[in-house]
Write a protein that binds this ligand. Structure first.
Ligand SMILES: Cc1cc2nc3c(=O)[nH]c(=O)nc-3n(C[C@H](O)[C@H](O)[C@H](O)COP(=O)(O)O)c2cc1C
Length: 146
């Protein structure tokens, strides 16, 4: 059994819904899941397994509620050496900067020595009206890697 901390970054709510949905799937698989929407660094334990679900806003930018966390990680030069993580991006291919936020997050996590489990998924809302569906399929494979 693994404790998964699900971190969502969202402006309009889609990534939050996906995060909540995935918590249910992860729990059905016999693990525990704790969902945090746009947490600050001090709310997180810098160990264990994180699942980051983030949409993209602006021009490839992190959602407002996730910017403080990644600024704090940078400012404090936090060591994420004991963190393993999965990454889910949600965006629209109508933008040149498709899913830019999850790419930035992935770079920052690796730069602070976290280890990604599995490949990241980028969900295109122009192809998937219900982003929960591809996210659910992906998380079932991801959870098996833990
Ligand atoms: C003002 C605005 C800017 C956006 N910029 C991007 C972008 O740069 N790249 C991208 O992939 N999607 C972009 N999107 C699409 C959002 O990521 C997409 O609508 C997503 O589902 C929103 O998720 P949320 O409800 O969790 O905020 C943008 C949407 C809006 C409204």
């Amino acid at each position: 059994m693994t404790d998964v901390t699900i971190i969502s970054g969202s402006t309009l709510g889609s990534a939050e819904y996906v995060a909540e949905h995935l918590a249910g799937i992860i729990e059905q698989q016999g693990h525990t899941a704790n969902v945090l929407h746009g947490p600050e660094l001090e709310e997180l334990t810098l160990t264990g397994v994180w699942l980051i679900v983030s949409s993209t806003h602006g021009a490839g930018d992190l959602p407002d509620n996730l910017q403080p966390l990644f600024e704090q990680i940078k400012e404090k030069d936090a060591s994420l050496v004991d963190v393993k993580y999965g990454a889910i991006g949600i965006g629209s291919s109508e933008y040149d900067t498709f899913c830019g936020a999850i790419d930035t997050i992935d770079r920052e996590m690796i730069g602070h020595r976290a280890i990604r489990i599995g490949s990241m998924i980028k969900i295109d809302i122009t192809q998937h009206e219900i982003p929960e569906d591809p996210a659910e399929e992906w998380v079932k494979t991801w959870i098996a890697l833990l």
